[in-house]
Design a protein around this ligand. Structure first.
Ligand code: SF4
Length: 443
């Protein structure tokens, strides 16, 4: 089976679970994890899928999961109405839910046959008649997933999915459904087995992971995310824990304090989107510029126990409806002021294709030319700041986790190779090892 992942770490995590799932055992073809974050992202996987569908051999299929095939976390029954260009291939397409543990499953996966309904084809509920009792299946899936035999060297672990926030540009919330958290026991069990398999780094991820443990992702005061990190630190021997994209509203002094711990990665990626108060309001974000600057200031001045300088990354959108030059400057100015080095930046997408988002109908849509100019300016500034951050870390000592292919990462997410990392005596640059040495910035 070939695996093709588009989009975020949540897609990586669930692709890992499908890759280890007995439900795909013996199946041939290609597994595609789709993404709908922008029109461009959608057209990428649709184009890839159409190309592969034309070349599939007898008995092969395209297994599709991810936000493109989901609605509220389940298989989207209107899939072919939304993607009519894929209708001619429906015999070769298997729509899958987010997680192999999630019933309903398309029964052709287990029974190898299909049942026609009024709209042609649709998944049916898993029935007792299958002889595969759900409990056994669930156990086998969990066991396979935990052995860390997945596709990646570090482990992305989904701790939360879905969201209740409804930002006006977001499609993910439509695909992944409402906010729900996994139990701390489940998460820690998965980490323990992962560490027992000899792995060193876990990346916590989710749709809005900072809301872990809250009843609603909108109720920031009800989050128990810091407690979860404390519990992982206290109950596991995991050497390195990283947090993926985090909502600004969830970063409080308690969380900042935890980032002083050497076992917690010194790389924090924030879902910022904009630096302008009026744009944040129009996006329906749950923080304002004052909170944002307080969080960035807190991170930038944080003194870690291991003395490593914090590295900051950010998700940013340019060209949101109504964004003026001065709004854009509010965003651009953040990069140099707070040393934001890793930018995941997109031009606002009105999602004309296939779906729609509230902001797609807002007045004052920004011209594509202006969006492109602003994106180029932002990325150039990000690259300038990234290089000065690397130069500032020249000659400093680090612990690098080697991921294979002669590449490894410092605690603060600086990429190291045998060429730019001077190993301390007794260390070998080998896969899965944590090695010590000095980083050398090469122009
Ligand atoms: S917080 Fe906003 S952008 Fe993030 S998943 Fe929820 S609705 Fe989407």
């Amino acid at each position: 089976m070939e695996y093709k992942i588009f989009g975020c770490k949540t897609n990586k995590y669930f692709t890992d679970r499908w890759a280890e799932s007995p439900l795909l055992a013996g199946k041939e073809g290609v597994f595609v994890s789709s993404c709908v974050v922008t029109d461009k992202a959608k057209s990428k996987w649709v184009r890839f899928a159409k190309q592969r569908l034309k070349t599939l051999k007898e008995g092969e299929k395209l297994y599709l999961s991810g936000c493109g095939s989901l609605k509220e976390g389940d298989i989207d029954g209107d899939f072919y109405a939304i993607y009519p260009e894929l209708l001619p291939f429906r015999d070769k397409i298997e729509l899958l839910p987010e997680d192999p543990e999630d019933p309903p499953l398309s029964n052709s996966l287990l029974w190898g046959e299909r049942v026609k309904d009024d709209n042609g084809y649709s998944p049916l509920l898993l029935g007792e008649g299958l002889g595969v009792r759900w409990k056994d299946l669930k156990f086998r899936l969990q066991k396979a997933a935990i052995t860390g035999t997945g596709l990646h060297t570090k482990k992305f672990i989904v701790i939360q999915t879905g969201c209740d926030n409804f930002c006006t540009f977001c499609l993910t919330v439509q695909a992944r459904g409402r906010h729900k958290s996994r139990s701390a026991e489940d998460i820690i069990a998965e980490i323990d087995d992962f560490v027992a398999s000899g792995w060193k780094e876990v990346v916590l991820t989710g749709t809005n992971l900072g809301a872990w443990g809250a009843k609603s992702s909108e109720d920031v005061s009800d989050t128990h995310f810091p407690e979860l990190i404390e519990e992982i630190m206290g109950k596991t021997t995991l050497p390195r824990l990283r947090v993926s994209s985090l909502g600004v509203e969830f970063v409080d002094n308690r969380l900042l304090e935890l980032f002083r711990n050497p076992r917690l990665s010194a790389y924090i990626h924030l879902s910022i989107q904009s630096g302008s108060d009026s744009i944040l309001k129009s996006m329906n974000r749950h923080y304002d510029r004052a909170k944002l600057l307080q969080v960035l200031g807190g991170l930038r001045s944080l003194k870690r126990e291991d003395g490593v300088q914090i590295n900051i990354g950010a998700d940013l959108i340019v060209g949101f409806p109504g964004e003026t030059d001065s709004d854009f400057q509010d965003t651009l100015g953040l990069i140099a002021t707070y040393g934001i080095t890793q930018l995941h930046a997109f031009p606002f997408s009105a999602h004309k294709e296939h779906y729609s988002v509230p902001a797609g109908k807002f007045p004052n849509q920004v011209e594509e030319r202006v969006k492109t100019e602003r994106l180029d300016t932002l990325m150039a500034e990000g690259e300038r700041v990234r290089r000065s951050f690397l130069a500032a870390n020249d000659g400093k000592g680090f612990r690098v986790l080697v991921e294979g292919k002669g590449i490894g990462w410092t605690q603060n997410y600086i990429e190291c190779t045998p060429e730019n990392f001077e190993l301390a005596p007794g260390f070998v640059f080998e896969k899965r090892a944590i090695v010590e040495g000095v980083y050398r910035f090469c122009l």
